[in-house]
Design a protein around this ligand. Structure first.
Ligand SMILES: Cc1cc2nc3c(=O)[nH]c(=O)nc-3n(C[C@H](O)[C@H](O)[C@H](O)COP(=O)(O)OP(=O)(O)OC[C@H]3O[C@@H](n4cnc5c(N)ncnc54)[C@H](O)[C@@H]3O)c2cc1C
Length: 382
């Protein structure tokens, strides 16, 4: 296994890093405190390829390899968790399934404008008030055929980007009989009558990434808006989440890296007992652990992305990478606060925000418990 990045991948990382350092990181605190989505920076992402990372060039995308896509999300996470989550969801959860399952007409209609950043973003709507981990058993939102239309009714929860999207990929029940072939994906433009997007949820972190409950009341879209195969929504969702988990793992590594860098800087500057705190072994060990665990997490994320890029199975590796990277990130951010002492608890210092932001990563796109379930199923033939 050779993780030496190619010249192209290194250059891409450099370009994204410079962009993030200029356009996202300096504004991350404002984004958190104001809750305003950073449209100014996002509008500049189209030409860089960040809004269509793995979209083929024929549809206006950047067509970067899966490892480069993970690197881009890692860099975005290093700069601003809120914006990174929005861009990760847009790429991995909305565009990803359209690239993989869309008809030619769907790709032509949706990919070029979304990848160019001409309008707004895209989002994926799986979760409901009564269904998160258990989508197969829990999804109540229905889509019923009537003439040449689907009629969608129900309520969704926790939709990242709902208010800043032109398009939702919605998981619906198309067979009331239930079972593993009862769910489907439908493309729903956000301006379709009958959709109500509730005000943004008040959250612990990622405050500049709007998350919403969304109600569908007799929402009518053409039958041709079915994405992929009718009845295969669960399987399509699981494949989409494999990819999304690589993204969340990468985002968590980026958040952890930012916290680690802040802690290293502070350990040089702060003095106690007549010397910089980096001279205290307890501080050294927290930072040594952070460096070690972040490196391991990054390699696991890259490994899963690499397998994905090769077209090999990577469900287990994506779950392992997400599980490990998100839990490492939480630990690194926690200890970065510890290194800062009382100042680490202050909103004046970046580590306080990073800790709040990274907390979501062990929950969204499958909790740590669900990742362990996926891994166990693979290693135990369950
Ligand atoms: C900020 C944010 C953004 C989000 N963005 C999106 C989005 O864009 N689109 C979307 O569809 N969803 C989104 N979500 C929803 C998210 O994916 C779910 O919250 C998550 O999958 C968990 O589902 P749940 O909240 O229903 O928890 P539950 O499924 O109710 O789980 C509750 C607890 O039980 C545990 N648990 C459940 N089942 C098992 C089991 N079989 N074995 C062991 N433990 C189990 C869980 O791990 C958890 O600890 C978002 C959530 C948040 C907070």
């Amino acid at each position: 296994m050779d993780f030496q990045l190619t010249e192209e991948q290194r250059e891409f990382r450099h370009v994204v890093h410079e962009f993030v350092a200029k356009e996202l990181k300096p504004l991350a605190r404002h984004t958190d405190e104001s809750g305003e989505f950073n449209w100014t920076a996002v509008k500049k992402m189209g030409p860089l390829g960040l809004l269509g990372l793995e979209v083929p060039e024929a549809y206006g995308g950047a067509a970067v390899d899966a490892l480069s896509a993970a690197i881009a999300i890692e860099e975005l996470g290093w700069g601003c968790g809120s914006t990174a989550l929005a861009i990760s969801a847009h790429n991995g959860l909305a565009l990803g399934p359209i690239v993989k399952y869309g008809t030619e007409a769907q790709k032509q209609e949706w990919l070029p404008p979304l990848a160019a950043g001409k309008g707004k973003l895209g989002c994926l709507s799986l979760t409901e008030p009564g269904a998160g981990s258990d989508l197969q058993g829990g999804v109540r939102t229905t889509a019923v055929k009537e003439g040449d239309s689907w009629i969608i009714d129900g309520q969704k929860m926790w939709m990242t980007n709902a208010s800043i999207s032109d398009l939702m990929v919605v998981l619906v029940r198309t067979d009331p009989g239930g079972g593993s072939r009862s769910l489907s994906h439908i493309l729903v433009p956000t301006n379709t009558p009958g959709i109500t997007v509730a005000p943004a949820e008040k959250k612990m972190g990622l405050k500049g990434s709007p998350t919403h409950a969304v109600t569908f009341d007799e929402v009518r879209v053409p039958l041709s808006n079915l994405l992929g195969t009718e009845g295969r929504g669960l399987q399509q969702t699981l494949a989409t989440l494999d990819s999304g988990r690589v993204g969340i793992g990468a985002l968590a590594v980026g958040l952890g890296q930012a916290a680690y860098e802040a802690a290293i800087k502070y350990a040089h500057e702060r003095e106690t007992f007549g010397q910089p705190i980096k001279q205290h072994q307890a501080v050294q060990w927290m930072l040594a652990d952070a460096a070690t665990e972040l490196q391991a997490a990054r390699l696991m994320v890259y490994w899963a992305a690499w397998l994905k890029g090769l077209g090999k199975p990577y469900t287990k590796e994506a779950a392992m990478a997400k599980l490990f990277a998100t839990e490492v990130s939480e630990r690194v951010c926690r200890n970065a606060i510890q290194v800062h002492g009382g100042y680490g608890y202050s909103a004046e210092f970046e580590v306080e925000r990073l800790y709040r932001d990274t907390r979501l990563m062990t929950i969204g796109e499958g909790t740590s418990e669900i990742q362990r379930l996926v891994i166990a199923r693979h290693i135990l033939d369950l």
